[in-house]
Design a binder for this molecule. Sequence first.
Ligand SMILES: [Mg+2]
Length: 350
Amino acid sequence: MAHSLVAPGRPLPSGIIKINSAICFVASESADTLIATKQIAELIYASDDEDDDKKTHSLMEPVLVACPLPNAIIMPSNSLVIFTDLDGTLIQHADYSYNAARPLLKKLQSLAIPLILASSKTRAEIEVYRKRMDIKDPFIVENGGAVFVPRGYFRSMGHRAIIKDDYECLELGKPYTELVAIFNTLKKRLKLNMIGFHQMDVAKIMEMTGLSVEEAARASQREYDEPFVIVGTDSLVHLATLKEMAKQQRCKILKGGRFYHLIGSSNKGRAVRILTQLYRESYGITKSLGLGDSENDLTLLANVDVPILVQKADGSYDPKILEKLPQVMKAPAPGPEGWALSLTEQLHRL
Ligand SMILES: [Mg+2]
């Protein structure tokens, strides 16, 4: 069945009903077109036949569950957009679970609040979490290296967007091959024992991350960010020099939960600003909230209205973020538990 997307503000083709002031729907070329909105939790059948009264079938939530619409994009109808880091924030640092956040993830969906995953992870890795969490909103990959937006999600993405599979993509970071070349130059000049992802095979990535073989393979599909470790006790002494030398190459070194990251001039904050602007233009969404746990979330937190710093597994908070963003709200627990507790509290306030 062919599907097409009805963008907000555009005329609705025959057979499509607009529900409340909402949102955006799946249209098919068949006579019976299914339109779903999770916000009102009911299914409406639309018919191409003008004489056929538009039938509203309430109390059909089980059908909605039983008949997922794979190509449906539920468009935001709320006035809030949420940006969140993954590792150590929405998912556990140690075992990548997010059980504590599941009920709230469902609630955000029912409220049609867009949730933007913004991680150092690759597109291949984030796609798996989007699927597991049933999220259909845009996402930010590799520390802001690119923004991936489902096609037709926004009215316009601007001329810089390129089509990549089912997405409109804004590439903000340096290409990976360039980063690897710069990494090797820095390593040679500083004579540091740095090991980058491009030097690690899948088994090594599994050993360093605890990921499964499939997950490690997805983690290695890098496009805009080179994670690395520095081996040796004097790594901190060299870090300042390394950062300075990276700057001369128009790059940055960021610290994530497990690795340092070499990236171009992109960062999560720039990607957040771009998406915030697109949400404002397409949906009138004006309020943003962000959650993160590590230094590489600083720019994300600095570019949202309500920044929340999630506790680390040892109960501490990232000192760099506390120093640079003294107004940041502190989640009362680590990982997904802190994510859910702090976000629930803020949703009640907003
Ligand atoms: Mg993190």
